[in-house]
Design a protein around this ligand. Structure first.
Ligand code: ADP
Length: 501
């Protein structure tokens, strides 16, 4: 129960985390869906309000224009005397019209003459007072104004009362503004419609949001599913339930990820196999001298009255087996050390000519035993930034092999050359050569062309593996050409300047 709760909590945490692709897709779809729907609601409501106000203003204005015409035709304003603040003639009809207009549009109409005096206020409050406002002045100059005061809930508009006067020439007609009708009508009906509309839009929007949330959840689940599949399959491989390579072909991206993963797994498997082979080889190689030792010791133990000469002979054999065991261990340690310290080269500027001379001087006594002539041909003076110990090991191994696998009275030739980037040395011999099928294997650990012969000579099969590791550590290359019965040539190419990564 607790585990299930933990699992749900974990899932929820992963879902809510902003780092999760699913959360991001979900939020993006939500944003893309909800923001336009909110904007649409505001847009529609605002547009409706503007249009409703314009329509109402236009309707009232047209009514006011009719009343304004009646005012001029009845000389309503000219009948007003400012001293008495009343109308000389009866204007009942006009007033009834104004009253009706006021009731119809729930508004207030004021008639203002050119002197800015309010000659009629349907509410009867401001009659006789002076009204100087920007709108009134503008209107007296012939400009209609409409102002919507949303806060106080009314539309205020001005309508000029225009009289058309025929000039003395009887033709020209001019328009004289006699006064202004200042009207304010309520926007209650607009607000009521807006409320209903807003409520409906709100309900619609809520439904839309619910649908969008549901859709966003489904789409985000669907889009990220292949990535979850990738993670699941990786986990299965990690836990050992799945041996085969992973495959999620849903997206190009998952294919790339999975391909990279398969590549790594393949590499790791190959590494693991090579490690196992190495361990098996090491055990086997170390066991061989031990077995010989045991056989020799047993035969001595089991025989009685063994003559002293036989003891001596067996003991000498045992010493040579111990030496061999020692040699294998020394080579193994050298190889392991080299592979562990590939990155740590002890680089210094070395005269390669001098170094080669010294190595050959050390090896010539061994060559002399088989009457082998070791020659050195230097094409130029070579100064290089290298790890002296490791390059000495390379050259020593190659020349040692050239002597070991040579014929009596043979020769070994070392040629040193360089270009502007690399220096090369070739180690050739006139020995037994290497069969073609073995050429690709000789750099493998413990590989020997002829095991018994190599053992006789004292080889461990690790020399070329050590050499290759040392060459690679210098970012160089090593190649070999050989003809059986004629001889072998190893060619090593190393950069003059070591550039660390
Ligand atoms: P080993 O310690 O046995 O010499 P190496 O790794 O140095 O091991 O060499 C691997 C094998 O390659 C040797 O056993 C030998 O058969 C072959 N080999 C190496 N160098 C030469 C050479 N110059 N001529 C002929 N065979 C060679």
């Amino acid at each position: 129960m607790e585990e299930r709760f933990q699992w749900i909590l974990e899932k929820l945490k992963r879902m809510i985390s902003l780092k999760s692709l699913r959360t991001r897709v979900f939020l993006l779809i939500m944003l893309a869906g909800i923001v336009p729907s909110i904007m649409m609601r505001y847009g529609i409501l605002n547009n409706y309000e503007k249009r409703a106000v314009d329509l109402r203003a236009a309707t009232v204005q047209s009514q006011l224009k009719i009343v304004a015409n009646h005012l001029t035709s009845n000389n309503y304003l000219s009948n007003y005397t400012s001293e008495e603040q009343s109308f000389l003639a009866s204007a009942d009809v006009i007033e009834a019209e104004l009253e009706m207009l006021s009731n119809l549009y729930e508004g207030r109409v004021m008639i203002i003459n050119r002197n800015c005096r309010i000659v009629k206020d349907v509410y009867g409050i401001s009659q006789g007072k002076t009204m100087i406002s920007e709108e009134v002045i503008k209107c007296l100059r012939g400009e209609n104004t409409v102002h919507y005061d949303k806060e106080h809930g009314f539309i205020e508009m001005t309508t000029p009362i225009v009289r058309t006067v025929t000039e003395s020439d009887g033709k020209t007609k001019t328009q004289v503004i006699e006064g202004v009708m200042l009207t304010s009508v309520s926007n209650d009906s607009i607000v009521a419609t807006m409320d209903i509309l807003s409520q409906k839009a709100m309900t619609l929007e809520c439904i839309m949001i619910l649908i969008i949330v549901f859709l966003a959840y489904l789409v985000s689940l669907f889009i990220t599913r292949p990535f979850e599949k990738v993670a699941e399959q990786f986990k299965q491989v990690k836990e050992g339930f799945k041996e085969d390579t992973v495959s999620v072909p849903d997206y190009a991206e998952t294919v790339h990820i999975v391909e990279a993963f398969n590549e790594i797994v393949k590499k790791m498997k190959a590494q693991d196999q090579s490690r196992q082979e190495f361990v098996a080889n090491v055990s086997h190689e170390l066991k061989t001298p031990m077995t010989s030792l045991k056989v020799l010791a047993d035969s001595l133990v089991m025989q009685e009255n063994v003559p002293a000469e036989l003891y001596k002979e067996f003991m000498t054999d045992m010493v040579s087996e111990i030496d061999r065991e020692n040699q294998i261990i020394t080579d193994l340690l050298a190889l392991v050390k080299l592979e562990n310290s590939v990155q740590q080269l002890n680089v210094a500027t070395i005269n390669v000519n001098d170094m080669t001379e010294l190595i050959l001087k050390r090896l010539r006594p061994i060559a002399r035993k088989k009457d082998i002539e070791v020659t050195f041909e230097s094409k130029r003076v070579v100064e290089a930034s290298i790890d002296e110990v490791k390059v000495t090991q390379i050259l020593t191994n190659l020349v040692e092999n050239a002597i070991k696998y040579n014929i009596d009275h043979g020769w070994v030739k070392v040629i040193l050359d360089a270009d502007h980037q690399y220096f090369t040395f070739e180690v050739s011999d006139c020995g037994m050569g290497i069969p073609e099928e073995s050429l690709s294997h000789i750099f493998e650990r413990f590989y020997r062309v002829d095991k018994s012969h190599s053992r006789e000579i004292g080889g461990t099969g690790l020399g070329l593996a050590i050499t290759r590791s040392a060459v690679l550590a210098h970012k160089g290359s090593i190649t070999v050409t050989s003809t059986v019965g004629e001889g072998t040539t190893f060619k090593v190419k190393i950069p003059l300047k070591y550039i660390p990564e």
